[in-house]
Write a new protein. Sequence first.
Length: 170
Amino acid sequence: MTRPSFASSGNLAWGPLYGSVLVVETPAMSNRSRDCCSVDLRVRYAECDAMGHLHHARYWEYFEHARTELLRRNGFRYRDLEADGVFFVVYRAACKYLAPIRYDEVVTVHVRVTRVTPTRVEHAYIIERDGRTTSEASSTLACVGRNGRPQAMPRALWTEQPACRAPAAD
């Protein structure tokens, strides 16, 4: 089992598997919603460039997949938030590509919430292959309404929660 090497994550305790999502939790998270998870993904041929490497733009789809699973793991579905007029737009994004990822390889995408305010959420990401880091990234998402103007997130998304619930059913 590979473990993310987030510099500031402290002592990690590994949670149970839920499908392909492994929840990573720190001891401080015992009484609030979990802010980390990992997702295993296999690189598909259509996601690769002419050299057989995962195209750089596809990394962001992998990060989004992990973020969405983290949200789902905490009992929320993005489509339900959208139906309620809550949208998240990318405010800032950065990625370091440290080693190529190739067609048919299985990678683990780790995501961790690093900061939350009433209107923004910041994430850190690591993609690993066979326990080795292939990329590191970060993003800041801003919450906006249907009109595209900034708005506060629903309080349940950024305040302390009871222990994390099972993934929401589709």
